[in-house]
Design a protein around this ligand. Structure first.
Ligand code: DLL
Length: 445
């Protein structure tokens, strides 16, 4: 039950919030502490890896007396999940595992995650909460273009939209022409997709002579890859929609670990009744940073049964900010990138999102770009080439000046020298889901 005052102050009057969305920070932290104490003991008792790690670190679940004691416990990494492949991290017998998802495993073994029936219900509730925060309401038609299958995006978003009371259109990713037909025929109110895939859809509409701003779509809930405020502006104006962020990762749950409120559009609120976030120094993980300080995001699950996760190092770089639309739940700043996606070019750190931010401020250039890293024969220096499509309306001559501007702006704001190659509209690979931005063609050491 929600108190009418809290609800009317926090969200449009037609939204009924979960009680946990409106509680005070003190109440939330008390809930976190009791759930955390339970989770570390549960993980220690049921998952041999946690017992081994805690024992090696000389900590015991009873050492967790206050929230800051969490810092005494060891981290969990993707490597741990890989080593325990496939089911070594599960804390319940297999018959209690209702569903399994896995990461694509393009680099090394897949990481496998499992859910009990209660985990699935909690997950659906949190995705529903995220979608509602982003403007989606019961009764709306939701076009779900996240990929279905082992990836958590499709089924996670699907269950959340259903739990909210929406009519779900489970199209999955790809088959862009068909997506466009269904958007025109079924007239959905909201679309769920990666930001770059929504861009692919908008682009394909324009090619077919359909104005992307003319569809029935009013809301988009976008995530699974980093995106910028500039990309939000691009999508909102071309499609005449409100676009909000949704964040999550399979090891922690899937989509819906955090979601953004449409009335503030100021970063995703982490649902802290289910996850305790920390920010650490990515280079010295013993240092836990304060709110507002940028670093690597770490999560501990508070309610998960099949796969409790303690201090999971996400490699996502961001910072924690105070709650706004949901005051007790802290927000995360935009993910600037992943520590393992960082390009180090002649000593300068660079993320694709920085290029996106700069390029989209130059009107002649489109949001379609990729970054190529090479090391020319006989040279010791790496070379970065930004390949970017010019806008359809811009001539080749017109784009030459834009290329120079982009090159200069990258030098000024990022500190890297690069080559900019403006290419024909439609010539770069389009996204079907998570878009690959970096093409590393340097000889392998
Ligand atoms: O991408 C879950 C998801 C599906 C989230 C649909 C949102 C929507 P994974 O495949 O395990 O899970 O990838 C997780 O994707 O660690 C981030 O690096 C990135 N990521 C996810 N959401 C965002 C976001 C899903 N909103 C990894 N902004 C994470 C930036 C994101 N990066």
């Amino acid at each position: 039950m929600t108190t009418p005052t809290a609800e009317s102050a926090l969200a449009p009057s037609d939204a009924v919030l979960d009680r946990e969305e409106t509680i005070s920070r003190d109440e939330l932290e008390a809930l976190q502490l009791s759930r955390l104490q339970h989770t570390v003991a549960y993980a220690y008792d049921r998952v041999p890896l946690y017992k081994r790690k805690f024992d090696e670190a000389g900590v015991h679940p009873t050492d967790l007396r206050e929230l800051s004691d969490l810092g005494k416990f060891p981290f969990t990494t993707k490597e741990d999940l890989r080593l325990e492949y496939p089911f070594g991290m599960f804390a319940v017998p297999q018959r209690e595992v209702a569903r399994i998802h896995a990461s694509s495993g393009t680099t090394g073994r897949a990481t496998v995650v499992g859910y009990t029936k209660k985990d699935l219900a909690d997950w659906a509730k949190l995705v529903a909460r995220s979608l509602r925060a982003s403007g989606v309401r019961p009764g709306m038609k939701v076009h779900n273009a996240y990929g279905y299958g082992l990836f958590t995006g499709g089924m996670g978003a699907h269950a959340g939209a259903e739990a909210l009371g929406c009519t779900v259109i489970p199209i999955s990713g790809g088959q862009t022409e068909r997506q466009i037909t269904l958007i025109q025929d079924f007239k959905p109110d909201a679309i769920l997709a990666t930001p770059t895939y929504l861009l692919t859809i908008a682009d394909a509409m324009m090619k077919q002579g359909i104005d992307p701003a003319s569809t029935s779509l009013k809301y988009a809930v976008l995530g699974a890859e980093p995106w910028t405020e500039e990309m939000r502006h691009e999508l909102e104006t071309t499609m005449n929609i409100k676009a909000c962020d949704i964040y999550g990762l399979s090891e922690v749950m899937g989509p819906g670990v955090a979601g953004e409120a449409v009335e503030t559009q100021d970063g995703s609120h982490i649902w802290e009744d289910h996850f305790r976030p920390e920010i650490i120094d990515a280079f010295d993980p013993t240092v836990v940073l304060g709110d507002g300080e940028p670093g690597e995001l770490v999560f501990t699950s508070l309610t998960k049964e099949a796969l409790p996760i303690i201090r999971y190092r996400t490699k996502d770089l961001t910072r924690l900010l105070p709650g706004t639309a949901r005051p007790a739940h802290r927000r995360m700043g935009r993910i600037t990138g992943r520590s393992d996606d960082m390009i180090i070019l002649r000593g300068v750190n660079l993320f694709p999102s920085q290029i996106e931010e700069i390029a989209l401020r130059i009107p002649e250039l489109s949001p379609h770009f990729q970054l190529e890293l090479t090391r020319p024969e006989g040279q010791r220096m790496d070379q970065l080439t930004v390949k970017i499509e010019r806008r359809e309306s811009v001539t080749v001559e017109g784009s030459a000046t834009a290329a120079k501007v982009l090159q200069q702006q990258i030098k000024i704001h990022v500190g890297s020298s690069c080559t900019v190659d403006v290419v024909e509209p439609g010539s770069l690979e389009r996204s079907n889901g998570k878009l690959r931005r970096i093409y590393d063609m340097r000889p392998k050491a």
